[in-house]
Design a protein around this ligand. Structure first.
Ligand code: SF4
Length: 193
């Protein structure tokens, strides 16, 4: 029942995120084959999201599963749990795409956390999303650049943290228990991958 309800939740989340990406489309450079956002991060996930992505992992072929295990082992040995290439990334594509966590769905948008602290996606500094209005030195919005371009809608910072997502009224209505939140690699190690 929890998984069924989580899938209902995801339907709404996906639809809302699509509206956000559409609204901000002038600033967005996401396209098929770009996987920059899967190459640098710690990918925070909740227990519920980790359970859900394991459903897709279990359906992968043995070779892929073994490769993922090797990658997880390498990340563990590197002792760097803060920034690594996601072990689910193959040929610039997510191998568990339909079951990817919330953080992956919202990558690329301007966000602010529950306390109102704004942040740009890291691909802004790489000439991608929001790069036209990103001040690389100061690492925030450049009003000079914003005035220079004639965008039809303003850039907007959305409350898209995991914490915000988990506390949406819809999550409560669907009785979702997200459990503990932590780094993807920790969940994978805990599950013996
Ligand atoms: S789970 Fe998929 S979408 Fe998320 S970081 Fe990994 S490869 Fe990318």
């Amino acid at each position: 029942m929890t998984i069924e309800n989580y899938e209902k939740f995801l339907e709404v989340i996906n639809s809302d995120l699509k509206k956000i990406f559409d609204y901000q489309k002038e600033y967005i450079f996401c396209k098929e084959g770009c996987s920059l956002c899967c190459t640098k991060g710690n990918y925070p996930v909740s227990d519920l999201e980790a359970d859900y992505l394991m459903i897709a992992y279990d359906q992968l072929d043995q070779d892929k599963k073994q490769e993922i295990k090797n990658r997880v082992k390498n990340i563990k040995n590197s002792d760097n749990f803060e920034s690594y290439v996601c072990p689910f990334l193959f040929d610039n594509k997510c191998s568990i795409y339909s079951h990817r966590p919330f953080v992956c769905r919202s990558f690329g948008i301007l966000t602010e956390d529950a306390q109102g602290n704004p942040s740009f996606p890291f691909c802004s500094a790489e000439g991608l999303n929001y790069s036209k209005i990103y001040d690389k030195e100061k690492k925030h919005l450049s009003y000079d650049l914003l005035l220079k371009y004639n965008f039809s809608v303003p850039p907007k910072f959305f409350k898209l943290s995991n914490e915000t997502m988990m506390n949406l009224p819809l999550a409560k209505k669907l009785n979702l228990d997200f459990g503990h939140t932590g780094k993807l690699i920790e969940f994978l190690l805990k599950r013996g991958i």
